[in-house]
Design a protein around this ligand. Structure first.
Ligand code: SF4
Length: 159
């Protein structure tokens, strides 16, 4: 099975109650090989919720306790972000997961880059919290932005 950020599949899980629907992923969603997950919801955060960025580092730093996940007004949601990542990991332990396709730039799901914590749309290299935890556990992670149809078909054939 392939874990996919729920918002990419059209679920309204984004902080603003909307989705990031990705046409190519939706096209293949009826094959029954995707598990939609939203780590921020799994961590207990409401939808809609405040937009959050990682302050002073990346998802790896949040997992190691070196930095925090925080809203623009200072709302600290580090524990919810870590809980959500661990809940996603539980899914990996329940079913055979061969890959994860995750929403780029999200503080939970970002694969190659995330926002830098300044709430000014600047990005830095690094993963979100859930992406970092999955990578630590050797689950191959891909962002929707780097996914070609050919690569997606290959990933689906491995399920
Ligand atoms: Fe989408 Fe991930 Fe944000 Fe949930 S946490 S809305 S799945 S990018």
């Amino acid at each position: 099975m392939i874990i996919v950020s729920a918002c990419l599949l059209g679920l309204n899980t984004k902080y603003d109650g909307k989705a990031h629907t990705h046409a190519m992923l939706q096209k293949y969603s009826t094959k029954g090989k995707f598990i939609p997950v939203c780590p921020e919801q799994l961590g207990g955060l409401p939808t809609p919720r405040v937009p959050v960025e990682i302050i002073g580092g990346t998802g790896q730093g949040v997992l190691s306790g070196d930095c925090v996940a925080q809203g623009e007004q200072g709302e600290v949601v580090t524990s919810e972000f870590i809980l959500g990542a661990k809940e996603v990991l539980k899914i990996v332990e329940l079913v055979p997961v061969t890959a994860a396709i995750l929403k780029e730039r999200s503080p939970s799901c970002g694969v190659n880059c995330i926002y830098d914590g300044s709430f000014s749309h600047r990005i830095i290299s690094g993963q979100g919290v859930t992406a970092a935890l999955l990578k630590e556990h050797n689950i191959p992670i891909y962002s929707e932005e780097e996914l070609t149809e050919e690569r997606l078909v290959e990933l689906l054939e491995r399920v």
